[in-house]
Ligand binder design. Structure first.
Ligand code: 5GP
Ligand code: MN
Length: 344
């Protein structure tokens, strides 16, 4: 169900479930980003402060630029600890999904929940939630980030006093990364009232910015140079630009998870470009990221052609074709999509 941020009934259910549960498992989406891990650990640190036995289980590894977050060393990585993680899920009283709204977004881990009877809450800001992802679906696409929504929900449920400074740091990190440092998706005054509260809780926002954006490895900066200098192409007819990176190229620059985060935004900085795409060759698929400006629905485009989804201006998907075939297909379907929908 889609709720308005002012709707209180789902929040009451959230409150009752938290009060009635001791063992809680928190789950972010696959390839967790700042908002997914920030909301997981923001909630984790808050629940710990309330004396709960909470565990964050991430479907896979998270990027190094988030490893300063408090509690990060306690995060269990599902694909490396399947047995232990499955047991924890079996034994817990409440599961909370954050920053995703369909079981497919947690990949193989989704199978664990198909038959599971444990009460489940979803807290998310992506449009079009899949029915039955959770029993209680707190879905607010107008929120800048899941972290903003989480703060709102904790506050409305009367748990704001339990948000520690360390939890506040994680929550701020999610708001910041999902809005490009309060650049886009951040024009609701409420977002800033929450940031003000987080600052009052003692967070050092410049330090958080430094840890996330100014703490790059030398290799990552060189990979960015290669991506922008050698691998960026334009499709002027469709006002698009894209970058593609093969496994070999990633290896050459000692790729680590998270190293290509944000690259896709940069092609959108080109004058006249309304759609940016990034193709990253993984072991058996090509992961795709889209960013758009103005009226181009990145989520609809990704859902139609690349088995993906996301937000209107920021979406992702994947392709089972080879990297160069994926790029060729992208060019063809983009032309078709623009013609059919009269874009550009
Ligand atoms: P990113 O490009 O940063 O990976 O993702 C951009 C947005 O699209 C995020 O909100 C993310 O959750 C969503 N997204 C990324 N990949 C996928 C995907 O494969 N399927 C769906 N439904 N959403 C995705
Ligand atoms: Mn998010």
């Amino acid at each position: 169900m889609q709720m308005n941020i002012k709707d209180k009934s789902q929040i009451e259910l959230f409150k009752t479930n938290i009060n009635n549960s001791q063992k809680v498992v928190i789950v972010p989406h696959n390839n967790p980003d700042g908002d997914a891990l920030g909301s997981s650990l923001g909630l984790y640190n808050t629940l710990k402060n309330m004396g709960k036995d909470a565990t964050v289980i991430s479907p896979n590894e998270f990027p190094d630029f988030l490893n300063w977050m408090h509690g990060v060393e306690d995060v269990l990585i599902y694909d490396k600890n399947i047995k232990k993680a499955s047991q924890l899920i079996k034994d817990c009283e409440l599961v909370i999904f954050v920053d995703f709204n369909a079981l497919s977004r947690i990949k193989l881990m989704g199978n664990v929940f198909k038959e599971d009877e444990t009460p489940r809450i979803m807290i998310d800001h992506h449009p079009f939630p899949e029915a039955n992802t959770a029993n209680i679906q707190i879905s607010v696409p107008e929120a800048s980030s899941t972290c903003e929504l989480l703060f709102h929900v904790l506050n409305e449920a009367g748990f704001k006093k339990n948000i520690t400074k360390e939890a506040a740091e994680c929550i701020y990190a999610g708001i910041m990364t999902d809005t490009g440092s309060l650049n886009y998706n951040s024009s609701r005054p409420e977002t800033y009232l929450i940031v003000a509260d987080l600052l009052r809780m003692g967070i050092d926002k410049e330090h958080i910015h430094h840890m996330i954006f100014h703490n790059n490895s030398f290799d990552r900066m060189r990979l960015l140079g290669h991506a922008l200098g050698e691998k960026m192409e334009r499709i002027p007819e469709q006002r698009a630009a894209f970058i593609s990176l093969s496994q070999d190229e990633l290896k050459r620059f000692n790729f680590k998870p998270g190293d290509t985060e944000g690259f896709v935004n940069q092609a959108l900085w080109i004058e006249g470009v309304n759609l940016s795409a990034m193709f990253t060759e993984k072991k058996d698929i090509v992961k795709i990221s889209f960013r758009s400006r103005g009226g181009f629905p990145a989520n609809k485009f990704s859902e139609t052609y690349f088995n993906g989804g996301g937000h209107f201006n920021a979406a992702g998907g994947e392709s089972k074709l080879k990297l160069d075939e994926t790029v060729e297909r992208f060019k063809t379907v983009l032309k078709e999509f623009c013609e059919v929908n009269n874009y550009n």
